[in-house]
Write a protein that binds this ligand. Structure first.
Ligand code: GLN
Length: 232
């Protein structure tokens, strides 16, 4: 690990409840794959981080207005975001969007969603995916602020389905004991996660992240982190 010699502390904006990438555990500690990755990368590259658990929307805004230096929140690398000034790191996890329904709903494909209400999380890749399908499949969209309220909407019957990143959905169903089923046939293309900056002045942080990410992949730390949160 090489030190940059800078004692600047980089402010990293994150989601709040996006388990297993970031969440507060039973002990009240903010943990998850994103949290462990940035801590390991910062230790490897010799920089300091101030992690802010803000929620998705608020985290994006914080980086846009310069209150935070980077966004690390399971952010999907999309061309639309890149065209809008988001500058992504190398990818650190492959993910995709998928629909989930109540276990007994009988929904097996996008064709079964005609006339239904789909819950999405505001300004996410999942919301965008649902938006891109809604005219073709004839469903309506209802927007929620965070992942738990989106899942609750389906559990409580206020919405018929929800769309989110597969690993988050799988974890929520498992750890939350939610009566929901993932409908694999509704999956989007794979879009990897990256850390994002929105101001070119923070390129130094992105470079350190990319270097450190490669280091922790090479030395086994990255696999340990994934195993810790995704292993059986
Ligand atoms: N991966 C999704 C996106 O980039 C969701 C991110 C999130 O909700 N934290 O929009």
């Amino acid at each position: 690990a090489e030190s940059t010699g800078s004692d600047k502390t980089w402010v990293i904006a994150m989601d709040t409840v996006f388990r297993p990438f970031e969440y507060t555990d039973e002990k009240g500690e903010f943990v998850g794959i994103d949290v462990d990755i940035i801590k390991a990368v910062a230790a490897d590259q010799g920089f300091n981080v101030d992690l802010r658990s803000l929620g998705w929307d608020a985290a994006v805004t914080a980086v846009q207005v310069g209150q935070a230096d980077a966004l690390l929140a399971g952010a999907s690398i999309t061309e639309e975001r890149q065209a809008n000034g988001w500058i992504f790191s190398d990818s650190y996890y492959d993910s995709y969007q998928v629909f989930a329904v109540k276990a007994d709903s009988g929904v097996e494909s996008l064709d079964d969603l005609k006339g239904k209400t789909i819950a999405v999380k505001n300004a996410t890749a999942g919301a965008q995916y649902a938006e891109s399908l809604k005219d073709e499949y004839g469903f309506q969209i209802s927007t929620y602020e965070d992942s738990p309220s989106m899942y609750q909407a389906v559990v409580l019957g206020q919405a018929d389905a929800c769309v989110e990143d597969k690993p988050i959905m799988a974890d929520n169903i498992k750890t939350g004991g939610l009566d929901l089923t993932i409908v694999e046939s509704t999956a989007s293309e794979v879009a990897p996660y990256g850390m994002a900056i929105m101001n070119k002045d923070n390129q130094e942080l992105l470079d350190m992240f990319n270097k450190g990410l490669q280091e922790i992949k090479d030395n086994g730390t990255y696999d340990e982190i994934l195993n810790k949160y995704l292993g059986e």
